[in-house]
Write a protein that binds this ligand. Structure first.
Ligand SMILES: [Cu+2]
Length: 558
């Protein structure tokens, strides 16, 4: 191969590992923006009218825009690119033992479209009228009409950015599915595929199957905004509830689009760091599949108070409770995997374990909201905000950090500092709970969300309530400060970290059979697989693990 210059190697690369990292760095930058937005509007809530560092005072419209774009960024420009695209791109070819994706140039196009979508979104903050402020769900008629939202350009650019982002993930999803099905190492059967790859591919299928109606809806909404059509405007005979159906038909499966890869990452980490095989591999696989199918039948639980027929509400309450069964089963399998293991509490393992604990709280509080009667009270209160942050934060932050600490040696050939990693873990996990536990209390006490200043509502403005808001905001600031050791650790370790061997954690999946970092093309000779994944030694005999690609010596196969 001829020498590549910087641009060919890092900017216009078709190497799946480089593309994965491009997604990762873009996701990191967007996470900093999303985190900063959270800081600005939390400051307004805790100290109304205050001068926010780097921003000035927050006007009511700016408040709406900050909340809207915080949600949009964290879900579409952080959780999806990092969980699906970064780990999907980096891990799929390495873990199935092949040299690259089936469609490397399609892969490059996917990132380029994604980058364009991010640029369009950031541009939307700076147009006349400011960024879109109609919430990440973009309910019409507010989102459809300039006369309501006063942000015609911001709203339109926001919509175009989201649509472009969907295109990027459609392209990526095609690649993931094809590669997993066609390029597996010799000897790797369907049930030998590492669980994280199943999860990423199932998530891609879920995304591709659910996003179609929303793309159609987004185009209709774009026409409503720009051409004066009235698909969603009751004043013109349109139906705003139609948008809610189109949005949540995608929006609920979207939760599993990011949850499943997170569950997969955590499965890899807890098996390696407890020296156990996954307690029930096929059960996890089937429950993930069941979750995916069920996720298409729960969407209207977001619409219990939108005027849908109460008999339909009963149906969706039941399907919503049903979907908690496979998820609970997955959690039980993970706990059973940990049981009796010889556990190594590395930074990656701490983040993985905290994911299980935090997500459990998120899941259980979802049952309150899934019960249509209780939801009449809880709907649109801070209880909902607390609930979905107890699901999304473990997914998009805790599982992502777990994966970054775990695969960093493979990505960059060096180790991150474990000490800084543990400081970062506690500085993230403790404040996280102090941010969102108070919001459960505020929501249960009836505090509505999406309100600029509670000073206008005497019954919500008591000192007790305000103290809880201040607690949440201060905890957020502490958590943001504790991301600095991570950033330092991440970038300094790339250059100066302890050099990593090919398989520093003694894992047995195939990515660890490649050098750290793997060269373009990954393996000197393509590996063959002789054992199923997750076959580890008995607890306590950590040196005696069985890599998938090593031939069994006859009697060692227990
Ligand atoms: Cu939902």
């Amino acid at each position: 191969m001829t020498e590549q210059n910087f641009w060919q190697k890092y900017i216009f690369s078709t190497d799946h590992k480089i593309i994965g990292m491009q997604y990762m760095f873009t996701g990191m930058i967007m996470a900093l923006i999303g985190g900063y937005f959270a800081y600005t509007f939390r400051m307004q809530l805790a100290f109304p009218g205050t001068e926010v560092f780097g921003f000035g005072t927050v006007s009511p419209h700016e408040y709406n825009s900050l909340v809207t774009n915080h949600g949009t960024i964290m879900i579409f420009w952080v959780a999806m690119p990092v969980l699906l695209a970064t780990f999907g791109n980096f891990l799929i070819p390495l873990m199935i033992g092949c040299d690259d994706m089936v469609f490397p140039r399609l892969n490059r196009l996917s990132y380029q479209v994604f980058l364009l979508s991010a640029i369009v979104l950031v541009a939307s903050f700076f147009v006349a009228g400011g960024g879109f402020g109609g919430a990440w769900t973009a309910y019409p008629p507010l989102s459809a009409q300039a006369k309501y939202n006063m942000t015609q350009y911001g709203a339109t650019l926001w919509l175009i950015a989201v649509a472009l982002e969907f295109v990027a993930f459609l392209l990526g999803g095609i690649n993931f599915i094809t590669t997993l099905m066609n390029s597996r190492a010799k000897g790797m059967k369907m049930y030998d595929i590492p669980i994280v790859l199943w999860m990423i591919v199932l998530a891609s299928i879920l995304f591709m199957a659910s996003v179609g109606p929303l793309i159609a809806g987004a185009i209709m909404l774009l026409f409503d905004q720009t051409l004066g059509t009235g698909f969603f405007d009751p004043a013109q005979g349109g139906d705003p509830i139609l948008w809610q159906h189109l949005f949540w038909f995608f929006g609920h499966p979207e939760v599993y689009v990011v949850l499943l890869p997170a569950m997969g990452i955590v499965a890899e980490i807890i098996t390696v760091f407890s020296r156990k095989k996954l307690f029930a591999y096929k059960t996890v696989l089937y429950t993930a599949f069941a979750t995916g199918v069920l996720s298409f039948f729960v969407w209207a639980h977001h619409q219990f108070i939108a005027g849908i027929d109460p008999r339909m509400a009963n149906v969706f309450a039941v399907t919503t409770l049903l979907i908690s069964i496979p998820i609970a089963e997955m959690l039980f399998v993970y706990i059973a995997t940990l049981y009796g293991g010889s556990i190594r509490l590395t930074a990656a393992m701490l983040f993985a374990l905290s994911f299980l604990a935090a997500f459990l709280i998120g899941g259980v509080t979802g049952i309150f909201l899934g019960a249509s009667g209780a939801d009449i009270y809880f709907h649109d209160t801070y209880f909902v905000v607390a609930h979905f942050h107890y699901t999304f934060f473990p997914i998009a932050i805790l599982a992502v950090f777990a994966g970054l600490y775990y695969w960093f040696p493979k990505m960059f050939g060096r180790h991150m500092s474990e000490t800084l990693g543990k400081i970062h873990f506690w500085g993230t996990f403790i404040p996280f709970n102090l941010i969102f536990l108070p919001l459960f209390f505020l929501g249960a006490a009836g505090q509505h969300r999406r309100i600029y200043s509670y000073e206008l509502f005497s019954e919500l403005n008591s000192a007790d309530f305000q103290n809880l808001r201040v607690l949440a905001t201060v905890a957020l600031i502490v958590m943001l400060i504790f991301q600095l050791p991570f950033l330092y650790n991440f970038f300094a370790s790339m250059l100066r970290g302890k050099v990593a061997t090919a398989n520093p954690w003694q894992a047995n999946t195939l990515e660890w059979a490649a050098p750290s970092p793997p060269p373009h093309g990954n393996f000197a000779t393509l590996p063959e697989v002789y054992r199923p994944p997750y076959e580890y030694s008995v607890p306590g005999r950590e040196s005696d693990f069985w890599p998938q690609h090593e031939k069994p010596s006859g009697e060692s196969k227990a």
